[in-house]
Design a protein around this ligand. Structure first.
Ligand SMILES: [Zn+2]
Length: 316
């Protein structure tokens, strides 16, 4: 069984926290293997103790598996369901690219890096749009899939990938920052790799959204694989501390195929999913894309400021 660790708040350094949501799985019975770390993991509602920093308000999982154990889980993850749901992600990322280019300007061969790119769906869409698009991911299975599709993807983390400093015009992190053991370190690493004035894009869940607050402990994103539950305020603060100026921060949903949505609804209510499934089938809506925006996912855009960030402390 992997070791667990207690961590301080990576936003303000305080160790003064209160329990926000008690653990729903005992540590000795937790899924200490990769099945809980798949992108399409259905482990909604299963998580360790989630605490909130009394000083700055950051919400995070504590205690948790040692950082290295968590990374190892991502290195060995395999997820065929993700490939099946590729369509929904293609649609989501196409919709994400338009507002992104309003901030960054046209691609024109400029260099973009997608962190935690997994099988490279966003890398491919960005490359098709004209970016010199790169990706980095710790999962060797996912990197193999991406490379097989001819994409420029490196296996590893931002710190281990060996990219030169000030190499990229844009760095994106789609649904990644909530998974890493030290998000402040990742943001500083991205800062090192961005050229001055380059753009950082971070998409994650919002624990302070109306939907999250209404759902409370039943909010579906409370999951074992999520180590950080940012709000727009706590993410903005961490990004600014890492040497960026925030350009904008606003809710941004995702797209999914009706057919896939039915399979997800089934996890909550079989009768509702059955009725939905019949309707979707009867009028041939399986392949239709629907926007889902409950206001609990958001995208933050920031610019690397000319002044230097603090020098990175270690990954933990
Ligand atoms: Zn704090």
């Amino acid at each position: 069984m992997p070791e667990i660790e207690c961590v301080p708040c990576y936003l303000c350094g305080s160790t003064d926290w209160r329990e926000r949501y008690p653990a729903t799985i005992p540590y000795e019975e937790a899924a200490a293997d990769w099945s809980a770390y798949r992108c399409t993991s259905a482990g909604y509602g299963l998580h360790h103790t989630i605490v909130q920093c009394r000083q700055c308000g950051l919400v995070y999982t504590n205690p948790r598996w040692l950082g290295g154990e968590i990374l190892h889980n991502y290195e060995v993850v395999e997820d065929d369901l993700y490939l099946q749901e590729r369509e929904g992600r293609v649609l989501t990322f196409r919709h994400h690219l338009q507002p992104l280019q309003l901030v960054t300007g046209p691609p024109a061969g400029r260099r973009l890096l997608d962190v935690g790119c997994y099988t490279g769906v966003f890398v491919e869409i960005a490359a098709d749009a004209g970016w010199d698009a790169w990706g980095v991911d710790p999962s060797s299975w996912a990197v193999g899939e991406a490379r097989g599709a001819g994409l420029q993807v490196v296996e590893g983390t931002l710190a281990s990938a060996g990219f030169p400093a000030e190499h990229f015009d844009v760095i994106t992190m789609w649904d990644v920052i909530e998974h890493v053991s030290n998000p402040a370190f990742e943001l500083r690493e991205a800062h090192r790799l961005l050229r001055p004035g380059g753009t950082l894009v971070v998409h994650t869940m919002d624990i302070d959204s109306l939907f999250a607050r209404t759902m409370g402990r039943r909010w579906p994103w409370l999951m074992e694989m999520h180590l950080y539950y940012f709000s727009q305020a706590t993410l903005r603060q961490m990004v600014e501390q890492a040497g960026y100026q925030v350009i904008s921060s606003a809710p941004q949903g995702r797209y999914t195929r009706m057919g896939y949505l039915v399979t997800r609804v089934r996890a909550f209510s079989r009768p509702v999913a059955w009725v939905m499934g019949r309707v979707v089938e009867a009028v041939h809506l399986q392949e239709v894309a629907v926007p889902i925006n409950l206001g609990d996912l958001f995208t933050l855009y920031a610019r690397k400021t000319p002044w230097a960030a603090e020098s990175p402390a270690g990954p933990d």
